[in-house]
Design a protein around this ligand. Structure first.
Ligand SMILES: *Cc1c(COP(=O)(O)O)cnc(C)c1O
Length: 388
């Protein structure tokens, strides 16, 4: 199949759409429909309705008083995405895209999932809207995440294990794209992070921007000023871009993305095309996406959203690394001092925010995006803490 490169959806040199022509046509329609509906008053009202009545927004901006006092530097506020229905930020995007799918007349929703979190968010949204839901998942991942497979099935989704190749996320993405090209007339591909070919990164940012829309209003109300920094963990980059969005044009606000030391895409990556778009990415010697090994499954991705790639190269945002060990400590600190068990992904952001708070002044404030709750990680942490 010939490749077409479309000159839109670029963030600097990053992003774009490097896909076969038949898939490009499907993406063009998606872009057109997204632009048609995103500001349509009825669509906006329906999205707002579900954010409130189903997800439980707006969620609080909680002062982590005990942690802040212990550090003795800047005040740390937590944006509580962990309190959303299903326990993380992913549901914001799943609901937004499902509403779009309905407008486009789709009957089937397909998605791919690695650890299962995006699959669960998608299956949840499909259950509520009565949509058929197919989740592609690498065979190996279905074995390692058997409980999430069961969760998706409880929610009425069909999970298809993909045996090809290594039976991981990459093969699941390929199968989902093949399905889309075959069935585009009645099928919507619900992508879970701010990655993939245009227009997906734009769509995902749009629906996740509710995070910073709320946090900005909340911090101005509580502190009467903007935060010195906003800190978020970065896997594909959706919670971080949502947490940054409404501060990008406020130069006094430092935007800090936190990656695992074990998957330092922005810190060490080079520009390359993977999965249909250009971003900073980790490649092996043969030029293939390099396998990564973070303790946080949601951060284990060799690429990253195109806008983060530009925010990094332009210098508007800073990206730092935190090791699995440091994240594990932050997981325990927040649990003990605040009574909040964070997701291991979010624990990376918390670990860095604690370092940053110590460097800043007492009258500064930092917002950390608490992207998800840690219930899903408790068994894994138990094993890690008791194995040696
Ligand atoms: C999936 C996930 C992430 C990473 O995904 P992004 O697209 O980078 O936000 C982070 N935190 C939690 C809780 C997740 O479930």
């Amino acid at each position: 199949m010939s490749k077409s490169i479309v000159e839109k959806g670029f963030y600097g040199e990053f992003g774009g759409s490097y896909v076969p022509e038949d898939l490009q046509e499907v993406l063009d329609t998606l872009e057109e429909q997204f632009n048609r509906y995103k500001d349509d008053p009825e669509f906006v009202e329906e999205f707002q309705f579900y954010l409130k009545e189903y997800i439980g927004r707006e969620n609080p901006l909680t002062l982590a008083k005990n942690v802040s006092e212990k550090i003795g530097g800047a005040k740390i506020y937590l944006k509580r995405e962990d309190l959303n229905h299903t326990g993380a930020h992913k549901i914001n995007n799943a609901i937004g895209q499902i509403l779009l799918a309905k407008r486009m007349g789709a009957k089937r929703v397909i998605a791919e999932t690695g650890a299962g979190q995006h699959g669960v968010a998608t299956a949840t949204a499909c259950a509520m809207f009565g949509m058929e839901c197919i989740i592609y998942m690498g065979k190996l991942d279905t074995e390692r995440q058997a409980l999430n497979v069961f969760r998706m099935e409880l929610l009425g989704a069909k999970v298809i294990p993909v045996e090809k190749g290594q039976g991981r996320l990459k093969e699941a993405v390929d199968e989902a794209l093949n399905d889309l090209v075959r069935n585009y007339k009645d099928t919507f591909y619900l992508l879970g992070s701010a990655v993939g070919p245009h227009p997906f990164p734009t769509i995902v940012k749009h629906f996740q921007s509710v995070i910073s829309e709320e946090s900005k209003r909340q911090i101005l109300h509580k502190e009467g000023k903007l935060p010195a920094a906003v800190v978020a963990c970065v896997g594909g980059g959706s919670n971080a871009i949502g947490a940054f969005a409404h501060y990008i044009d406020d130069p006094s606000v430092r935007l800090v993305g936190v990656e695992p030391t074990e998957a330092p895409t922005l810190t060490e990556g080079i520009p390359a095309v993977i999965h249909g778009f250009k971003c900073l990415t980790l490649l092996d010697e043969e030029g293939n996406p390099k396998p990564t090994y973070s303790i946080a499954a949601g951060l284990d991705y060799p690429g990253v959203g195109p806008e983060h790639s530009l925010l990094k190269t332009s210098g508007r945002a800073e990206y730092v690394t935190v090791s699995g060990k440091e994240a594990l400590e932050a997981f325990q600190t927040l649990s003990k001092l605040e009574g909040i068990i964070p997701a291991l992904e979010s624990s990376h952001a918390i670990a860095h925010a604690m370092k940053l708070a110590a460097e800043l002044e007492k009258d500064d404030v930092i917002i950390v995006n608490l992207s998800g709750r840690g219930d899903k990680d408790v068994e894994q942490v138990f094993k890690m803490l008791t194995s040696n």
